[in-house]
Design a protein around this ligand. Sequence first.
Ligand code: 5AD
Ligand code: SF4
Length: 470
Amino acid sequence: MQIPNLKEAGKRTNNQIQFIIDDYEIPDSLKGLGSGKKYFIKTYGCQMNVHDSENIKAILEMMSFEETCVFEEADFILLNTCAIRENAHNKMFGFLGRVKHLKESKPHIITAICGCMAQEENVVDSLMKKYKWVDIVFGTHNIHRLPYILETSMARREQEIEVYSIEGDVIENIPVKRDSKYKAWVNIMFGCDKFCTYCIVPYTRGKQRSRQPEFIVEEVEELVKKGYLEVTLLGQNVNAYGKDLEEKTTMGDLLEKVAKTGIKRVRFMTSHPWDFDDKMIEVISKYDNIMPYVHLPLQSGSNRILKLMGRRYTQEKYLELVDKLKSTIPNLALTTDIIVGFPKETEEDFKETLEVVKRCEYDSAFTFIFSPRVGTPAAKMEDNTSLEEKNRRLQELNDLVNTYANKKNQEYLGSVVKVLIEGTGEKGNLMGYTDTMKLVNVDGDSSNIGKIVDVEITDVKTWSLDGKII
Ligand code: 5AD
Ligand code: SF4
């Protein structure tokens, strides 16, 4: 049993991280452990978690488990959790109620919790006290250990907890079962050292660790060979890529190498305004296969609040960067994340956020009410704004964001854009995304799935476009 420790998780040392580059193998004795059994995974949170679930699926299938989308059919139920805000916690605990119910009628079911919540000391504490029937808890640093953890749990049938509160390693070659045949998530780095005062990620994902560029390029080259058209390079803070490697390199260098593999579309997320350098902007504008789309979290437009958040930039610096991006990258789509109701945020601070939104005219924005996370500095800050007021600010912000989202989409009416057709949408039509990450519902036949096609935009909504293949 290894339980998480918040203090340890927040530590940063100069210790060298381990690069584990061996092929991933499991003993023959574990290869049949899941034979005749089905697994069900529910994934919460960001793309990093989605990709972790793709790794977990491949590991389980190495053990002969078979995937099911029907929760009631499963012999192994795994919740891959998110810790970013309280409502992610609530959703997970809500679903756990359903799992408990099912387990009462089918006691042989094995249940597991992994992901960011599993890294939280207070959560695991409560799983140990109040949810003893949850069989397995493992963290973000030891996904590769799942076969061994499962074996122990199946043999002992006691709660098995294995969570490391360490800075983390880089483990190459974990197998992957990708959800899509056309677009792929590719991790370029793990963890985060920014320690924004509201954020739990540096504790749940560990120290910033970049993958070596040659492994990333090799992975993309393999994807190209398999017919993939799009990669999204993933990290909590991709602009800081390479700073922690012994042989220093930058995100600009990496983007250029990935673009040169010839993959049709390259995306990256998430950016931090602080590390966004000129080389990176230059490379994005130089290569046609690097998509003109940047997600650039603002969080707040007020310098006072940005300082309290530990964001290390000012409103002026942020706007300077946006101006540079817009003037250098033609047809740029810009999106953002904004938090309202941060401790001590006044109406004036909030108004400054609105002003920045007006200046930036975002294509869209993810907006949140501040949610205190146990163990982070902001959770201890005095917060005297009422929930009612926070909700009002959120509403006002959303109204403004929607105005610009709509305005930006209107500009597409009548134009012809390239869309990667990914599959069929809810209404049976085709769906896909433009290079600028606009969702398009497309009239056309299914032979277009998996192709990048020219689409004429015939109608416009706030959050999507309609079009027909020409
Ligand atoms: N409360 C509210 N929003 C948060 N985010 C991160 N931590 C918190 C928190 N404690 C938001 C930020 C980040 C996005 C992924 O989630 O805007 O960019
Ligand atoms: Fe969290 Fe992003 Fe800040 Fe890192 S840079 S601490 S992941 S908000």
